[in-house]
Design a protein around this ligand. Structure first.
Ligand code: SF4
Ligand code: SF4
Length: 399
């Protein structure tokens, strides 16, 4: 196997490199929804041995065709996620195919299935992006309580050592849940020792409900595991000065009432292909009216014809028009069509939990007062200016 075959070589005569913006710069791919873990909080997983799910997944050739289409449109990177992408028996084949097409590969994994052979492959033909490993606990009792698979921790631990021994760059991220919350300091101290760990530790704290809307029981469990808005706020503001600085800058740029246009984000500009070939505008958005079947179409058609029309969709729900469309803190809360879909099965229903989290932050920042609703605030420009002023000139302000 010649390593030079996997360099980022591209035909420089290709129009995508001649001053034109490529149609696609990156593609997310959910190789499977199946997972060898069964995490208590998971929004997507199907059982590892679910043959019904496995039979519906795209074949190796279908995935290769999608990767080829992405490369032809200019994509320079692809993210393999899941479920657990390493469960696919053809993972190595697909990984090498993406690399041969000149794409960098971002791998989201729980790492349990990284074998010495796979680690050797990553050392020899690197993904060119750091592998992102989800860590569910620092010890067997916490990890296995969250993954709900006895022995999962030991397997994960061995795999991490394989990466460390071969100096394969990776970063870790986590989710704070009752079995591992008390290990946060230990986790952070360990993460500090990972040579390639040069980012702030990402934690999932505002958990998503099931993306397929397939289990009321699991949704009840996820709801119980969520941080309350107050707990979430305490976590977000654990470094108060930094929080104020970053949010003040963000507020000046992005906080304003966004009206009835549903998509004010990047949805539909890159997107995510699910395990069965449905092309989604973004990872959570699986509303059947917004997905496009790549088994009967092309990425190009979706990006040039289908998604642009969807991006023009406007909200119709009176509750949304009354609240979110007029709400100046919309970019502070995570309300979006994807979240509306997972919580309510619509594109335009306000999500109460996110609304509470958004308002808790806005109250903390002094942008809304106790008992006030953000969508009723008329002098929002002055309040944002005051926040910026307080952060820039701390002596004048209270933060
Ligand atoms: S490892 Fe990830 S995909 Fe698998 S069950 Fe856990 S959270 Fe879900
Ligand atoms: S804070 Fe509430 S009203 Fe405002 S955008 Fe979010 S969900 Fe809608």
């Amino acid at each position: 196997m010649k390593i030079e075959n996997y360099s980022l070589k591209r035909n420089l005569q290709d129009p995508i490199f001649k001053g034109k913006q490529p149609l696609l710069s990156h593609l997310d791919i959910e190789l499977t929804e199946r997972c060898n873990n069964n995490c208590v909080h998971c929004y997507i997983n199907q059982p590892e041995k679910d043959t019904n799910a496995a039979d519906r997944e795209l074949t190796t050739d279908e995935w290769k065709d999608i990767l080829q289409q992405a490369a032809d449109l200019g994509a320079l990177s692809v993210r393999f996620t899941g479920g657990e992408p390493l469960l696919r028996e053809d993972f190595t084949d697909l990984y090498l195919h993406a690399r041969q097409l000149g794409m960098r590969v971002i791998l989201f994994t729980n790492a349990r299935l990284i074998t010495p052979q796979l680690a050797d492959l990553f050392a020899k033909i690197p993904p060119l992006k750091k592998i992102e490993v989800s860590v569910y606990g620092m010890h067997m009792d916490s990890y296995d309580a969250i993954s709900r698979v006895p022995g999962a921790f030991l397997q994960y631990h061995q795999s991490i050592n394989l990466l460390l021994e071969r100096q394969i760059p990776f970063v870790v991220k986590s989710v704070l849940l009752p079995p591992n919350k008390h290990e946060r300091d230990e986790f952070e101290a360990w993460a500090d020792t990972i040579p390639s760990m040069d980012i702030n530790l990402p934690y999932a704290i505002f958990l998503d409900l099931r993306a397929r809307r397939d289990s009321a029981i699991k949704n009840r469990m996820i709801t119980k595991l969520r941080f309350s808005p107050e707990e979430g706020l305490a976590f977000l503001t654990r470094d108060k000065d930094n929080y104020f600085k970053s949010v003040a800058q963000f507020s000046a740029q992005y906080l304003y009432p966004q009206g009835d246009l549903l998509f004010n984000c990047g949805a539909g500009e890159g997107g995510c292909v699910d395990a069965y070939g449905k092309y989604q505008m973004c990872i959570p958005l699986r509303h059947p009216d917004t997905v496009y079947d790549l088994r009967h179409g092309s990425i190009k058609k979706a990006l040039t014809d289908v998604f642009p029309k969807l991006r023009d969709l406007r909200a119709k729900n009176p509750a949304y028009l009354e609240r979110c469309a007029r709400c100046f803190i919309k970019s502070l809360c995570e309300q979006c069509p994807g979240k509306s879909w997972t919580e309510h099965g619509t594109l335009d229903t306000p999500v109460e939990y996110l609304c509470q989290v958004g308002h808790a932050q806005a109250r903390y920042l002094g942008l809304v007062k106790e008992g006030e609703h953000a969508w009723e605030v008329e002098d929002w420009r002055e309040r944002i200016a005051q926040l910026s002023n307080e952060v820039t000139n701390p002596k004048n302000g209270s933060s």
